[in-house]
Ligand binder design. Structure first.
Ligand SMILES: [Zn+2]
Length: 384
């Protein structure tokens, strides 16, 4: 959006415009039900100065935002997740962060599990770094898919299909604008007082119609139906909405894919360390194995261990793994804890590239934080 004023051109973009574009790619409707993605603190009406991207919010990150004249911080982890009942400055870290954001007119926006569960999300970045091929979701989300069936006069069929596609309907895996159309005959009799587009009130009419079928995610359903009804030539459009039992192929937790060539366990552990630029990982199992099929879930994905095993993964990389989960996995899979920060931070580059694609105004700078927000440090006794 640009705004012209007496010969000068002032470029500006409001935060809400950027947020809308990000959430088209990472829909909040796809997030885990108890998650809290979206704007955490601030105003979506603000005009963007610069943008700072970080895995977490911290006092250091806010200071960096001030120094870089960024009035929008985008994080993966939401600041407001567990409830906060009192704002006690100087006594509570989160209260201080909220105060510092407000005092400095900085808006905080988070894309959390919606970023984890979507195409080109956290796990796609991990899979890319590990060079996995033929990737698919480890656990596609099960709810939220609908079928919209609408009957339109043949002449309006293309328009109606277009309106549905533009509302986000008709996406299956990597394909968009998917629909099925079949021809037939519709009939109706308009009662007294109706004004049918075709034929006359009070008379039995038949008309050549097309039946269009598209799938639609739950969070796009209202938008798609409203747009379709508004664009439909009939006074009373006929349409059906069915809930589907299909898993949603476009969203899910974790990914599974194949390495181009098998790695011996030792070599694979080194590969993981190299691509994630880390020197320590915790693991179990995988002795004398050749690793070909690999499952990944950035952050806390230990709940997916048995899904990874039954999906035939030779290795599963995630984080926050407990002692007994390691015991559980022994001899069934090479289970790797590569660190929460370490498995999620690489995806900040994905966010950076997306924001750069949306904001094409040269006046706005977009940065990834230089602060290391990992609360976990490693102490290596032997190296001292
Ligand atoms: Zn995380």
């Amino acid at each position: 959006m640009h705004h012209q004023k007496t010969g000068c051109i002032f470029f500006y973009m409001k935060i809400k415009e950027l947020v809308r574009n990000i959430e088209n790619v990472y829909p909040p409707g796809a997030a885990w039900s108890s998650d809290n993605p979206g704007i955490q603190v601030g105003s979506e009406e603000q005009i963007i100065k610069n943008v700072l991207i970080s895995l977490d919010i911290s006092k250091e990150v806010i200071r960096e935002a001030i120094e870089t004249d960024s009035n929008l911080i985008i994080t993966h982890h939401p600041l407001l997740f567990h409830s906060i009942k009192k704002l006690k400055f100087g006594k509570d870290y989160r209260s201080d962060l909220i105060r510092d954001l407000i005092k400095n007119d900085i808006t905080l926006f988070s894309a959390h599990t919606n970023f984890d569960f979507s195409l080109n999300g956290v796990n796609h970045k991990l899979a890319d770094l590990l060079e996995l091929k033929d990737i698919r979701y480890l656990a596609p989300i099960e709810a939220g898919l609908f079928k919209i069936v609408v009957f339109v006069p043949a002449k309006a069929a293309d328009t109606i299909a277009r309106v549905l596609f533009d509302s986000g309907a008709g996406v299956i895996g990597g394909y968009s604008e998917c629909s099925f159309s079949s021809g037939g005959t519709g009939s109706f009799r308009g009662s007294e007082g109706t004004t049918p587009v075709i034929g006359e009130a009070g008379r039995y009419e038949t008309v050549a119609e097309v039946k269009i079928e598209v799938v639609c995610d739950s969070w796009n359903l209202t938008k798609a139906i409203n747009a379709m009804v508004a664009a439909h030539p009939y006074e009373e459009p006929a349409y059906d909405v069915y809930p589907l039992k299909n898993t949603n192929q476009n969203f899910g937790a974790g990914l599974i894919g194949k390495l181009g060539e098998g790695f011996k366990t030792d070599k694979f552990l080194k590969h993981v360390c190299d691509v994630l630029k880390i020197s320590n990982i915790r693991y179990t199992g995988g002795e004398n194995d050749t690793i070909e099929t690999v499952a990944v879930c950035g952050g806390s994905g230990a709940d997916l261990l048995h899904t990874a095993i039954s999906a035939g993964a030779d290795a599963f990389i995630t984080a926050d793994i407990k002692y007994h989960t390691f015991q559980d996995a022994e001899n069934k899979i090479l289970l790797i804890d590569a660190g929460h920060y370490e498995t999620e931070f690489p995806a900040m580059e994905t966010l950076l590239n997306l924001v750069k694609k949306i904001i094409v105004k040269e006046k706005i700078d977009i940065f990834i934080t230089k602060m290391n927000t990992n609360p976990i440090k490693f102490y290596n006794n032997y190296w001292r």
